[in-house]
Design a protein around this ligand. Structure first.
Ligand code: SF4
Length: 337
């Protein structure tokens, strides 16, 4: 009974998602954090709602206000800091021609497939993004297909968000079938943090469908710290790898989370053990409310040098910055003023 099995797997991740924690006080209680400390920071959820899955919380250390996973999701009073250059729309994405569709790079088109996420990362460059205005509905799907049919330079569709894996397997399979009908398309790429916070999302049903596609499929995971690579995630990734899906990871360099050679080396090693190759290490996008996560370029370059010494070349992610309007990511060495 494959359909019944598939339904129960889908229901598992959706049910887990429904149990996500949205209240900093509840999070503080679960982790035995000092109440005064939680009270001091909880108000910043008015700037960006808090949300975190129980799986991700279970990877945190109880009683540790500096836990690197907690730091990524707990609202912070530092989010009220105003700093020059930190703006609402750092990559100038909000006034694009086709809402829900970003054609930033010549051969690739990016789709904001889902507005929500299973976790709200405090450093997110889209924390102020008006997802409601960029809903990807049937009209946007028609526009996407028109765009890729007319522009034969496009050979890859990137599913992004929010988090595209919030779409159900059935919805993703339907979109995949439509994309397969466009002759020049070669690849579909899924950018997602969802497996990190809900490993059960790596369903066998979706892996099988991607394997059967004539399009090559790539999953770009978003993990920032080795503690995020839990056993359940590694098992799900190995399953997807067995179905022929290319697995890459991108991280954001974050002060107080992973700005350390040993931490990032450990992350690369754990990812590779789960069949994932490190891809990019991003300098933080200068989004308003996240300046306390910023690492200077000088420190970032020193960390990159340390990684080159500590790891074989294939485990060293490329240190890059995204610059609005540029036709590709910019290696940090080239982006310094
Ligand atoms: S999962 Fe990605 S898009 Fe969602 S809040 Fe985190 S960084 Fe932003």
């Amino acid at each position: 009974m494959p359909d019944a099995v598939a339904f129960s797997v889908r229901a598992a991740w959706q049910q887990e998602l429904a149990q996500a924690i949205r209240d900093p006080l509840q999070l503080g209680q679960l982790l035995d954090l000092p109440e005064t400390w939680v009270q001091q920071h909880a108000g910043a959820r008015e700037l960006f709602p808090m949300m975190v899955t129980r799986h991700f919380v279970n990877l945190m250390t109880r009683g540790d206000c500096d836990d690197p996973l907690l730091r990524q999701v707990m609202p912070s009073a530092d989010e009220y800091l105003e700093r020059d250059g930190f703006v609402v729309d750092p990559l100038q994405e909000q006034n694009n021609e086709h809402p829900g569709i970003l054609h930033k790079y010549k051969s690739r088109v990016l789709v904001i497939l889902r507005g929500g996420c299973a976790i709200n990362c405090r450093y997110c460059f889209r924390r102020h993004f008006p997802y409601a205005e960029h809903h990807f509905g049937s009209e946007q799907r028609r526009q996407l297909l028109d765009l890729v049919r007319q522009d034969t330079a496009i050979n890859e569709v990137i599913l992004s968000g929010g988090d595209p894996l919030l779409a159900t397997d059935t919805q993703l399979e339907r979109l995949l079938s439509e994309l397969e009908s466009v002759p020049q398309l070669r690849r579909v790429r899924i950018h997602s943090r969802l497996p990190v916070v809900l490993p059960s999302r790596l369903t066998q049903q979706l892996a099988k469908r991607l394997e059967q596609s004539r399009l090559q499929s790539i999953l770009v995971l978003h993990a920032n710290h080795p503690n995020e690579v839990a056993t359940e995630l590694a098992q799900g990734l190995e399953l997807w790898a067995r179905h022929g899906i290319t697995l890459l990871n991108q991280s954001v360099l974050l002060r107080g989370v992973n700005d350390d050679v040993e931490v990032l080396s450990d992350l690369s090693e754990k990812l590779f053990a789960a069949k994932v190759l490190p891809y990019y290490l991003h300098q933080l996008d200068a989004v308003k409310g996240a300046s306390h996560f910023a690492v200077t370029d000088a420190v970032a370059l020193t960390i990159a040098e340390g990684l080159r010494t500590a790891l074989p070349g294939f485990l060293v992610p490329r240190l890059v910055r995204e610059i609005a309007g540029e036709p590709s990511k910019t290696p940090l060495e080239l982006s310094r003023c």
